[in-house]
Design a binder for this molecule. Structure first.
Ligand code: MG
Length: 364
């Protein structure tokens, strides 16, 4: 029977400020998920935090976009929001933008990545959790893992990978999608997904087996709120080994702390730092942006794990470099390229300042 792995995430309230998640919030999520497992709706589930965001990792047999699974996530976030309100946590309930559940979390500002798979005798998967960054942040690491043979030698030397992968790319501005096949369309793919503010890799499919290899959340909070509403803080799920890249090939791109949108007031660029769960709180300038990688073995719908993959000392170099880049960028204060370009500041105070100053300008 096909299994589904659903990772659904929201910011339900930060502790302290936007820097982290209170243990009672995570505990409330675990209790709510345990009931859904007991009821038989889910085969297994775990709740984890990255910075001020809560990620529900749920295994079940119901496929994508299942109303009961999404309702469980919704009600879990509601229960957690109650805890957040009781503790006066920061921005309690900020991502729960509509009042009533309407059959799916999609289109509500809550992020989701769902992957249907037929479990292999050994099924290693990695769940990525991001904080203080935006949809599109996974473009670079996913392209490097699935289309760059210098990152993934398996593309050269492993038969199923050698046939390449198909990338489903979403245009976030015009709400449309397109497929690219690699290796032959790699340059076309890069022409789009290098522009992370508009294009996001949604799904990657093995051309050898037709199976989905990876999926990322592409839900943008600001589009729905039409105002400043924090970062998207996306998630991604990647299957490993066999017809897919190895765990090592999946993690390797994160040795580069790439510059991403996020951090301070969701209006700046910052280096994306790979961290273990213990290091996922952001104290300095609401950053730098973070990413945590949780490794699981699926066993007949059970989540065996996680292993905290970025806790590995091999990522210390990336963390050191991220801190150096943060030092350098932070000194630019309110100047680009630390600050985002003007067209991405539409949800900040910049448009109202511009409106106030409009009559003061005169032609040259
Ligand atoms: Mg966050």
């Amino acid at each position: 029977m096909p299994q589904t792995l659903s990772v659904i995430k929201a910011g339900v309230g930060g502790f302290v400020g936007r820097s982290g998640t209170h243990p009672e919030v995570i505990e409330a999520a675990r209790e709510a998920l345990a009931l859904a497992v007991q009821s038989g709706l889910l085969t297994d589930a775990q709740a984890h935090a990255c910075g001020d965001d809560l990620f529900l990792v749920m295994a079940h047999g119901h496929g994508e976009d299942h109303e009961g699974v999404h309702r469980t996530a919704w009600e879990t976030f509601e229960a957690c929001t109650e805890v957040a309100r009781r503790l006066h946590l920061y921005g309690a309930g900020q991502d729960v933008l509509t009042d009533a559940f309407a059959g799916s979390v999609r289109g509500t500002g809550i992020g989701s990545a769902e992957l249907v798979l037929t479990e292999r005798p050994s099924e290693p998967v990695v769940v990525f959790m991001a904080d203080k960054t935006a949809v599109g942040a996974f473009n670079l690491p996913l392209v490097r893992t699935f289309a760059d043979p210098f990152t993934t030698p398996g593309l050269v030397m492993a038969e199923p990978l050698h046939q390449g992968f198909a990338f489903e790319v979403h245009d976030l501005k015009h709400h449309r999608k397109v497929m690219f096949t690699t290796p032959e369309e790699t340059y076309d793919l890069l022409a789009f997904v290098g522009a992370t503010s508009q294009y996001a890799v949604k799904r990657i499919v093995s051309r050898a087996t037709g199976e989905v290899a990876a999926v990322a959340s592409t839900d943008r909070v600001a589009d729905l709120a039409g105002r400043y509403a924090g970062n998207d803080d996306p998630t991604a799920i990647v299957r490993c080994h066999g017809a897919f890249p190895t765990v090592g090939e999946v993690l390797e791109p994160y040795t580069l702390p790439q510059l991403v949108v996020g951090g301070l007031r969701a209006s700046h660029h910052g280096p994306w730092m790979p961290v273990g769960q213990e290091g996922a709180g952001t104290s300095r300038s609401d950053g730098p942006p973070r990413v945590v990688a949780l490794g699981f073995q699926l066993a007949e719908g059970r989540l065996v794990g996680p292993r905290d993959l970025f806790a590995d000392a091999a990522f210390e170099g990336a963390r050191r470099q991220a801190n150096e880049v943060a030092d350098y960028l932070r000194r630019h204060g309110p100047f680009e390229p630390h600050r985002l370009p003007l067209e991405e500041m539409e949800h900040s105070t910049v448009p109202s300042v511009a409106a106030r100053m409009a009559s003061r300008w005169s032609d040259l």
